[in-house]
Design a protein around this ligand. Structure first.
Ligand code: AMP
Ligand code: ZN
Ligand code: ZN
Length: 410
């Protein structure tokens, strides 16, 4: 081989190696770029039909850009049980967050949404939330105030998370999502769960038909508009899948339709009362169960069941934390322990087949069909849906992928 031939073959080898390295890099980049993303927001207490009564152009445009559904929450239709059902695909009876506040006889400890220690204690939380599933299966993840995300569950926390701070403005929450999605790919979360406490707070205060509640709904829609404007500028935008959902709806209540439990039963017969309007679990003192049950049952505005004898449709009342008796006020009625100083205009917690309790579900992105009206489904189905989108193997759950897979693009 003369020098010229040697030079040409070395050059050819160099070019082939460079070409191969580059195409490898491109393929690698493509694999990263093709990895799906899922960003799910919950707007607390956003009733499924608020957009019928308020001006919500951003949510309306999501209907044609993606998927819309009326979504059924789990019973009891309260914040903590439902956010954690969405996260785990389990009914509250199966994941153990049976109310917003409860005594857990199995742990001999109380849990309350306002007690940071219990909220951050992994012992209360059953099942495998999506972020734990993601950590286990190598999907980067981050949470901003999702129920359960402040605790080490099965010893695992989300990779990025914050302590609950209701005062953090919506705009700052958007900033966090943008910052996370702008991280280098090796650190960038592909699963993000975030939360905002409205329109629930307004709904309680002014009722679901209240002018101020509908104004808050319109404000949220404007903020969502800003959120999507920012998302659209991200280089990964075309790969991003979004879900906007809520934990339950809101019903109108009035002082005139109130039942006071202390006026029906002798509270000295009761060992523990868990819950708040309109839903309670009671532990009754020894030998008093029949007496208490009969008295409560006689009230025409309450539904009352003994432990383990609730209708199948409620999937509730078998967990030891639901105690001896579960009671819930009839639709439109309130149940308080005693007369109140202040009565709100909206409440939730009622049976989950009541439409006023139903939540929103919007989804858009490459994983979803466009302009698709998904038939009504229950929120535990979101769990297998997320697992399918992010190509994860779901843990045991109560959800049914078959109920929701019609919304997927392929
Ligand atoms: P409720 O309407 O009583 O079922 O609960 C709604 C309230 O739950 C909201 O106003 C929030 O303040 C509160 N909340 C929601 N998520 C969290 C959380 N992760 N930690 C503490 N409180 C929360
Ligand atoms: Zn809520
Ligand atoms: Zn609420």
């Amino acid at each position: 081989m003369n020098n010229a031939t040697k030079f040409i073959s070395t050059l050819t080898l160099f070019m082939v190696v460079t070409l191969l390295t580059n195409s490898c890099k491109i393929a690698q980049k493509k694999v990263q770029r093709d990895k799906p993303y899922l960003i799910m927001l919950s707007l607390d207490g956003f009733r499924w039909d608020y957009p019928v009564h308020a001006n919500t152009p951003v949510l309306d445009s999501l209907k044609s850009a993606g998927v819309f559904a009326e979504m059924k929450p789990c019973f009891p239709t309260k914040t903590f049980p439902n956010h954690y059902s969405i996260a785990t695909g389990l009914y509250p009876d199966h994941h153990g967050i049976v109310l917003n506040r409860f005594y857990a006889p199995d742990l001999q400890r109380s849990y309350s949404i306002s007690d940071r220690k219990s909220v951050g204690d992994g012992a209360f939380y059953g099942g495998e939330p999506v972020w734990v599933m993601a950590v286990k299966q190598g999907i980067k993840n981050a949470t901003l105030f999702w129920v359960g995300s402040e605790a080490a569950i099965q010893g695992i926390r989300p990779e990025r998370w914050y302590k609950y701070d209701q005062g953090l403005p919506f705009a700052s929450r958007i900033d966090s999502i943008k910052t996370w999605l702008s991280l280098p790919e090796s650190q960038r979360p592909h699963l993000i769960l975030w939360y905002y406490h409205e329109p629930d707070a307004s709904g309680h205060r002014y009722g679901p038909q209240g002018k101020q509640t509908l104004a808050m709904v319109e404000q949220l829609d404007k903020w969502l508009g800003k959120f999507f404007t920012i998302m659209r500028k991200l280089p990964e935008f075309k790969q991003l899948n979004f879900i906007i959902t809520s934990d339950h709806g809101m019903a109108s209540i009035s002082k005139k339709k109130s039942v006071f439990l202390t006026q029906i039963i002798d509270t000295s017969d009761i060992a523990i009362i868990n819950g708040g309007n309109p839903v309670y679990n009671l532990k009754v003192k020894k030998g008093k169960l029949e007496k208490i049950f009969k008295k409560l049952k006689a009230n025409p505005h309450l539904k009352v069941w003994k432990h383990d004898s609730l209708p199948k449709r409620l999937h509730y009342g078998t967990n030891i934390r639901t105690l001896d008796i579960t009671l819930v006020a009839d639709t439109g009625w309130s149940a308080y322990l005693s007369p109140q100083k202040h009565y709100g205009n909206g409440a939730h917690g009622y049976e989950n087949n009541w439409k006023a309790m139903h939540a929103i579900f919007y989804a858009a992105g490459p994983a979803f069909k466009k302009n698709y009206h998904q038939p009504i489904f229950i929120n535990v189905d979101i769990y297998p849906l997320i697992a399918r989108i992010l190509k994860m193997k779901p843990a045991k759950n109560d959800g049914k992928l078959d109920e929701v897979k019609g919304m997927l693009a392929k």
